[in-house]
Structure formats: structure tokens, C-alpha cells
Write a protein that binds this ligand. Structure first.
Ligand SMILES: NC(=O)c1ccc[n+]([C@@H]2O[C@H](COP(=O)([O-])OP(=O)(O)OC[C@H]3O[C@@H](n4cnc5c(N)ncnc54)[C@H](OP(=O)(O)O)[C@@H]3O)[C@@H](O)[C@H]2O)c1
Length: 367
């Protein structure tokens, strides 16, 4: 359990022993007793991360059979879209061979083809898989819309239940009581094991968590965007997740492909072909960061995609990045991150390639 007081995070468990690398100049871990320690923060509301720090004590996900869920999550947004059935199957097999057990989809990915294909692939090994899907990106978070979407998910997946159901985005027009009573009903009927929210601001997570708790349930997982050029989640979302013991499963670890370095080489992809991604990743400094990461990768002989995914996973809040691609060739360097351990010095070097967002108080002098 953790509590944020001012610019400090207090962890009330014996794991916070100061073990692990603390070589970054602004990290100081003070152990005041066996069961209590305070971590002064630098610019981030959480302690600057290290590959081995064991500071966060997050919700621990398991498959229905009780096995630990892989650190890396595989996102199937491309299944049935940019990746046809054969390419999707090949990526699924590559992910399984690399030890991935957590798979992410959504009711509307590729007009339902993502869930349909994923449902076929997991059929013979359902209990070994942690299956997550999402509802409510379109049409809101009312009971009627969530139920209609979730019925569609279960039909497309050809599954009675899933391990994790997310609300895909916050809905201003529906009371949280209605949304979370619906989630609670799904849970009580054994249709979902865990509740997640995606694209929520920190205050929305906290407000929703309080409603969920009044209904006898809780948010177990959050899915924010997070990568080296999209670091807003560090400011408050990671802090609230640690405080509430919520697992962080961030999407777009490659910045939609930007951090592979391919755009600096004049290649094309989602960022040149899709207006939304072009706007999201259009700023000059982001492209400079991608170029610098690629140069660093060349220097140390590691693919920049591996570095980008491993950098997300190395944060002290222990996020489980969702990787994806349109082919096994694209996927390979992201998959390699599952077994790549980033040391604290390299972590700091990569972190310095993009601006660290200011703390929520904006008091930079105290950061
Ligand atoms: N909750 C949400 O709102 C939300 C939003 C987005 C995604 N997600 C989830 O997160 C998953 C991952 O998100 P993402 O696809 O944005 O992740 P990402 O890792 O940031 O981007 C993946 C894309 O980068 C490009 N790419 C990957 N490896 C490459 C390589 N080696 N060389 C060149 N290009 C490469 C490919 O796009 P191109 O070939 O088109 O360049 C690929 O589709 C999705 O599948 C989905 O499950 C959730």
C-alpha cells in the first residue's frame, strides 16, 4: 500500500528496502524502519525508476489457472485489419513462444475481426491465457450500451467470460453508479474477473474507484497511453495507480511506430497514413527524440523498438506495456523486450531524450 503526501510517496510494506540500483543522482531511498520508508521524488510524482527497483506493490494478475501473467501484453488491434488471418496467427504464435499470456482486444477493433480471430487462436488453451477486451468507446458507458457491447464481445470471441473488461474511455453523460453497477453485475455473474478503465484522467480513476468500492468492487487495471514521447501518465495516473494498488497496462509503447526510428529514414506507416496519429505524434521534438533513440540503439547494438518497450516496462510503477505490429518481422524487436533487462544508467540516458513532465503542483523548484 502506498500513500502520497506532498512530494513524497510512502510505501507501507517491507519490499521498499532500498535494494536495487539507485545510481541516478536524484534518487535517494531512505529506509527508516523495516516496514516503512519514504522516497523523495525528483521531477516525477513517483520515484525515478530503475530496472530492478521493487517499490510498487501493484495488483498481481493471474490466469484462470493461477499462473503469473507475462510482463508484456500483446495488443491485437491489427488482427483482421493491417494483419490478415495468417499474419495474425503467426504473430499470436510468436507471442506465445516468447511466453506472452496476456492478450488485449476491443469490441470494435477491425470491425470485430480482432476478437473473432483472437477467440479462435485461444480456443485450445483458454485457461493459459489472460483475456482482456474493452467496451464503450462508442455509445458511452450506460448499462444498455455496455451490455450490448459485452454481449457482442462474447459472441465474437466465442467465450462466455473474459478475465478483464475495460471501459474504453470516460463517459461524461452517464453516472458512474450506473456504469459500475453494470460492471459489478458482470462480475457477480462470473462473466468478468477484473474491471479496468482506459483513457481516464487520474481524478476520474479516483472518483470511479470510490464508486466501485461503495458497490463492493474495485478497479484492478488502468490502460493509459504511455511511451517516451507521451509521458503525461507519469504525472498523476501512475501515482494514483500505485496508491490504489491498480495494475498499469499502458498502450502504444512505440508511439504508434515513431520510436522505431523509421520515419527519420523516410519510411511510411500509421503516422503518415492516419490523420489522428499524425496529429498525436506530429511535434518536431518527438521526431528528434525518435531519431536520438535510434542513434543510441545503433551505438549499443539494440533495436530502438526493444529499447522503447523495455523503457516503459522499467518504470518503478511496473507497467506491463501492450506491444503490437502488423507482421512477425515488425513484432520481433518489441517481443525481445520481454527478456531484456535495462540497467538504471541506460534507463536514465533514455529518459533524458524527452522532456520530463512537470509535477502536478507545477512547483518545479520543489521537483
Ligand atoms: N485503450 C486504447 O485507447 C488503445 C489505443 C491504442 C492501442 N491500444 C492497444 O495497445 C496495443 C498497442 O498499441 P499500438 O499499436 O499503438 O502500439 P505501438 O507499439 O506504439 O505501435 C505499433 C505500430 O508501430 C509500427 N511498428 C511496430 N513495430 C515496428 C517495426 N519493428 N518496424 C516498423 N514499424 C513498426 C506498426 O505500425 P505501422 O506499420 O502502421 O507503422 C505497429 O502497428 C493495440 O494493439 C491495442 O491492443 C489501446
Amino acid at each position: 500500500m502506498a500513500e502520497i503526501k506532498g512530494d513524497r510517496i510512502f510505501f507501507y510494506d517491507a519490499e521498499c528496502s532500498g535494494e536495487g540500483p539507485v545510481s541516478q543522482s536524484r534518487i535517494m531511498i531512505m529506509r527508516t524502519s523495516a516496514a516503512f520508508c519514504a522516497v523523495p521524488t525528483a521531477v516525477n510524482p513517483l520515484p525515478p525508476p530503475s530496472a530492478h527497483a521493487n517499490l510498487a506493490h501493484m495488483t498481481h494478475l493471474t490466469t484462470a489457472s493461477g499462473a503469473h501473467v507475462s510482463t508484456t501484453t500483446f495488443g491485437t488491434m491489427q488482427f483482421g485489419g493491417n494483419a490478415d488471418a495468417a499474419a495474425s496467427r503467426a504473430m499470436y504464435d510468436a507471442a506465445r513462444t516468447a511466453g506472452i499470456t496476456h492478450f488485449d482486444t476491443a469490441v470494435m477493433y477491425a470491425d470485430g475481426a480482432s476478437e473473432t480471430l483472437l477467440g479462435q487462436f485461444i480456443k485450445s488453451e483458454r485457461d493459459a491465457i489472460y483475456l482482456a477486451t474493452k467496451v464503450g468507446y462508442i455509445g458511452g458507458a450506460s448499462r444498455a450500451n455496455m451490455t450490448a457491447h459485452f454481449d457482442q464481445c462474447r459472441k465474437q470471441l466465442d467465450q462466455d467470460s473474459v478475465d478483464l473488461l475495460y471501459l474504453h474511455r470516460f463517459d461524461d453523460d452517464t453516472d458512474l453508479e450506473e456504469t459500475f453497477a453494470t460492471f459489478a453485475d458482470f462480475q457477480q455473474r462470473g462473466l468478468i474477473r477484473h474491471i479496468g478503465v482506459s483513457n481516464f484522467a487520474a481524478w476520474q480513476i479516483m472518483k470511479a474507484q470510490s464508486v466501485a468500492q461503495k458497490l463492493g468492487t474495485r478497479i484492478d487495471v488502468v490502460q493509459p497511453m504511455y511511451n517516451l514521447v507521451k509521458r503525461q501518465a507519469e504525472v498523476e495516473i501512475f501515482g494514483v495507480a500505485v496508491d490504489q494498488d491498480i495494475k498499469i497496462v499502458p498502450y502504444s509503447p512505440l508511439g504508434g511506430g515513431l520510436l522505431t526510428g523509421k520515419y527519420a529514414r523516410g519510411e511510411t506507416g500509421r503516422i503518415t497514413d492516419n490523420d489522428r496519429y499524425n496529429a498525436r505524434y506530429g511535434q518536431t521534438w518527438m521526431h528528434e527524440t525518435a531519431r536520438d533513440l535510434a542513434a543510441l540503439g545503433t551505438d549499443i547494438g539494440i533495436d530502438p523498438a526493444t529499447l522503447a518497450v523495455a523503457w516503459v516496462a522499467a518504470h518503478a510503477a511496473k507497467p506491463s506495456p501492450i506491444i503490437s505490429g502488423r507482421s512477425t518481422t515488425q513484432l520481433a524487436p518489441s517481443l525481445a523486450a520481454e527478456n531484456y533487462t535495462m540497467d538504471a544508467d541506460l534507463y536514465a540516458q533514455i529518459t533524458a531524450l524527452s522532456p520530463t513532465p512537470p509535477p502536478a503542483t507545477d512547483r518545479l523548484e520543489e521537483a
